[in-house]
Design a protein around this ligand. Structure first.
Ligand SMILES: [Zn+2]
Length: 323
């Protein structure tokens, strides 16, 4: 059954409801208490933007690196990173390593600034240098237990994660649970580094290719404009199309197209025309080109050298190539 609903935002909409009458009534009553789909989407987008902005401010205050990527990617990654950073704080709070001597200062500094990668690295360094035996046992025992909080290699992994500025990385890894992610970074640092370098290389390559194609297209249009301007300056509205034609022999036609040609340049020549000759087919074309025939011939010769085939449509009001 189709119903008209007035949502809580006063917008109306039609919905199809099925099932027993009482169920439909209940659903209808509920729909009247919520926002219409458009308003709900808008509210959600606003909420996301606000969350991302807040996360961005906190990240900057905590000295986290500025995220790299598209605007949309960065906005999303900012929220994802904030969730991960909350786990980092939690882990720092949970950890109570038993240390003595200068280790006390290192632990104190690290507790104070859990978002400083250097403090995580200092902690790992201190452990591995001063307590090599204990450090190795911790590593092995905790690895077997799946405990990431007490493994020096995982502290290094956290330092790596804090420095991670690629928005795409935070997005790609959003489904990993925090401990699994830290473990993966700790156990495969080389692999991750390689993956990231490879991705960066591919992206740079794609961008360079795109730039190259853009540049080539820009040059093509520049060249088409140059051709259009020349023919327009000599023949005016007698020429709408210039075409290098390459079949049994190579020619260049210019005129109104479809056989209504003002002239033809025979590049390779054939049984009836000598090579490299210009043939003006109409008396008005001859009049307009009077005194400039050699210039036209040279221009055609150059075009036939450069192009295997090309068609340029001329906008006779501007004298430029038609887009
Ligand atoms: Zn609405």
């Amino acid at each position: 059954m189709q119903y008209t609903v007035t949502y809580s935002c006063d917008h109306t909409g039609t919905v199809n409801l099925f099932g027993p009458g009482r169920e439909r009534e209940r659903k209808l009553a509920w729909l009247e208490t919520v926002l219409c789909p458009a308003c709900a989407a808008e509210a959600k987008a606003k909420q996301n933007a606000a969350a991302s902005e807040k996360a961005g401010r906190e990240a900057a205050a905590n000295g986290l690196p500025v995220l790299q990527g598209s605007e949309k990617q960065c906005a999303w990654a900012e929220t994802l990173r904030a969730e991960r950073m909350a786990k980092v704080t939690e882990m720092a709070e949970r950890l109570q390593p038993k240390v003595e001597g200068d280790g006390i200062g290192i632990v104190a500094a690290w507790k104070e600034s859990p978002f400083d990668p250097v403090s995580w690295l200092a902690l790992a360094d201190w452990f591995e240098e001063k307590l090599p035996e204990q450090s190795r046992t911790l590593e092995e025992k905790c690895r077997a237990r799946g405990d990431v909080s007490h493994r020096p290699s995982c502290w290094r992994a956290i330092a790596w994660m804090i420095r991670q500025s690629e928005a795409k990385w935070w997005i790609d890894n959003r489904y990993h649970d925090f401990d699994a992610m830290v473990e993966r970074i700790a156990d495969e640092p080389e692999k991750i580094r390689r993956e990231q370098a490879e991705r960066a290389r591919k992206e740079a390559e794609a961008k360079a290719q795109e730039e190259k194609e853009k540049e080539e297209l820009r040059r093509l249009w520049e060249e088409k404009d140059r051709i259009a301007t020349f023919f327009h300056s000599v023949f005016g509205d007698l020429v709408h199309t210039v075409e290098v034609w390459n079949r049994s022999d190579k020619r260049l036609y210019f005129g109104r197209g479809c056989g209504a040609n003002a002239g033809c340049y025979y590049s390779t020549g054939n049984g009836s025309h000598r090579p490299e000759t210009l043939h003006l087919m109409r008396s008005d074309a001859k009049e307009r080109a009077a005194g400039r025939e050699e210039e036209v011939r040279a221009f055609c010769a150059e075009m036939c050298k450069v192009w295997k085939s090309i068609t340029v449509e001329i906008d006779t009001t501007t004298g430029k190539a038609k887009r």
